[in-house]
Write a protein that binds this ligand. Structure first.
Ligand code: FPP
Length: 247
């Protein structure tokens, strides 16, 4: 990367795409227009992430709590995701993007699950960016499912209770073979994780940006990468600067 401000590229960026509704309200438009504009921001962000050399991009597309929104809005969101997969899958595949889906699958009904599975299957050998779509995803639900799996494995004698470790739990999460996010971005000025990647975020850098998601673009993505590059990650140890002074 020629730009020295981008010397450190996060391997995994995860995004809480917030503010579609407020973006639309501000313009006197229906919320659904905000969501449609949000899909355009998704397209631009996927391109920017691939261009920057990010390996994993996780997008919080639909939370396990989003089902409580009015039925018309739920249908709009599901419709947009369907359209995104149907229209963009061929291009993403051509661009060598691999699609992965995290979230609860067992109780999903209708055509959305087969579509998501098809996207995963079609792109499974791709080696450029991995686009992780969090759909029907809630972090506590994911942890509960992982713990239940672990309990079943203990019962079956696959693992002994003494061998339970953070690693044993991580391996049973939906994100089992995906590295933890280095950077989590939330747009719209809200400053919370809202049940997103709680386990995986233990040492993530958090970046809260004021812009609403439909306004997110390549420039804001690269701005976020610059901020990340300027952070001092310590993982519970000493900063590299402090360590140099101490020794
Ligand atoms: C938050 O805005 C956004 C969502 C709940 C959904 C995000 C979904 C998309 C951008 C479209 C589909 C996704 C993909 C991957 C194609 P909000 O409605 O909570 O906004 P508000 O807080 O301003 O009301």
């Amino acid at each position: 990367m020629l730009n020295p401000e981008l010397a450190i590229i996060p391997r995994h960026v995860a995004i809480i795409m917030d503010g579609n509704g407020r973006w639309a309200n501000k313009r006197g438009l229906p919320r659904t227009i905000g969501h449609s504009k949000g899909v355009e921001a998704v397209r631009e962000t996927v391109k920017a992430a691939a261009e920057a050399g990010v390996e994993y991009l996780t997008l919080f597309a639909f939370s396990s709590e989003n089902w409580t929104r009015p039925e018309t809005e739920v249908n709009d969101l599901l419709g947009l995701l369907r359209k995104f997969i149907r229209r963009d899958l061929a291009e993403l595949h051509r661009e060598n993007v691999r699609i992965r889906v995290i979230g609860e699958r067992e109780k999903l009904r209708g055509d959305i699950l087969p579509l998501l599975l098809e996207a995963e299957e079609t792109t499974r050998h791709n080696t450029a960016l991995t686009l992780v779509i969090a759909f029907n995803y809630g972090s506590r639900d994911e942890i509960v499912r992982a713990v239940a799996k672990l309990a079943r494995d203990v019962q079956a004698g696959v693992i002994s209770p003494d061998a339970i470790s953070a690693e044993a739990i991580s391996r049973r999460l939906d994100t089992a073979d995906i590295p933890d996010p280095d950077l989590i971005i939330r747009t719209s000025g809200e400053e919370r994780l809202s049940n997103f990647l709680l386990w995986q975020a233990a040492y993530s850098e958090l970046l809260f940006m004021p812009e609403y998601w439909p306004d997110f673009d390549r420039k804001l993505f690269f701005d976020a990468l610059k901020t990340y590059a300027s952070r001092d990650r310590r993982f519970g140890g000493l900063s590299t600067k402090t360590a140099a002074v101490a020794s």
